[in-house]
Design a protein around this ligand. Sequence first.
Ligand code: CDV
Length: 314
Amino acid sequence: MTKERFGLAVAQLGPIHLSDSRESAVARLVEMMREAASRGAKLVVFPELALTTFFPRYWMSEEDAEARFFEPSMPSPVTQPLFDLAKSLGIGFYLGYAERAADGRRFNTSILVDDQANIVGRYRKIHLPGHSDHKPEAPFQHLEKKFFEVGNDGFGVWPMLGTNVGQCICNDRRWPETFRVMSLQDARLVVLGYNTPSWNIHWTEPPHLRMFHHLLSMQANAYQNALWIGAAAKCGSEDGFHMIGGSAIVAPTGEIVAQSQSEEDEVIFAAIDMTLGDNFRNHVFNFAKHRRPEHYGLIVERTGVGTPLAPQVE
Ligand code: CDV
C-alpha cells in the first residue's frame, strides 16, 4: 500500500500567568504556527483554553469569569491574526478557548480551522471534570462544572485537508467512548488540547501517574480505533500551579512517534502515514465484522454501576 504522508504539528504552550494578556498568548501561537508551517505541517494543534491561564483553578463568580476569560465571538479581534496567518501560510489549526455563545451559554470549546481560515468544525467539551462548589480545603479548585455547561453537539468528525478529523478536549481523552464514537464516523486523526494539573485535588496521587495515565489513555485509544492522535499541553507552572507537559503524536499502532521534551512553548512534528491504520481497521478492528453492539446495551442504558441514564443534555 502506498504511504500517504500528512504533516502534523502539535504546538505545546508553556505557562500563561494570570497577568498575561490574550494578545501575548496569540503572539506565541502565531510564532509556533510559523514554525509548524516551515516544517511542512498541514495542521497545527494548540492546547485547551489556549488564550488564558487555566482559570477554573480559581474561585470566582461566573460573571467575573465570563468578563475576564471568555470569547463572545470567533474569530475575535484578538485571535484574528491567527486566522490571517493560517490563510497566508495555507495551514489549518485546532484551537481551544472559553466560548460565550450567542444565547449566553458558556462552553469549553475547540474549533477546527481549515487552510483557508474557515471554521469547519466546533466541539464543546462533554466530559467536564471537577466540581461546582467551593473547596477551600483543596490546594486549588477545578471548577469546570461551575463555569461550563456540558457540550451539546456530540462528538463530530469533519472531512478536512484530505482526511477525516475528530476533535475532543482534555478529560475526554480518558474515556473510550469518545474515540469509539468518532471512529464509528471514520475518524482517521483525532486532535485535542489539555491542561492537566500535576496534582490531584481529591487524593494523594503520585505525580508520575498523571503522565502515565495521559499517555496510556491516548496510546490505548489510538490502537483500539486505528487512528492517529495529536495532543497539545498547556504546561509548566502557571503562577505556582504546575501542569504536566507530554504533548504527543500517537500512531494507530499505539506507539508515540513524537513527544515534547520541555514544559515550555515547543512545536513537535511528524509526517504521519495515513495508511498506517489500514491493517488494524481491516483485520483485528474491522468493526463491521467483529463488533457485537447487541451486547453493549448497558453502555448507553447506564451512566454508572446501577445508576440509570443521566438526564439528556438539551
Ligand atoms: N482540563 C482537564 O480536563 N483536566 C483533567 C484533570 C482534572 C484530570 C484531565 O483529564 O487532564
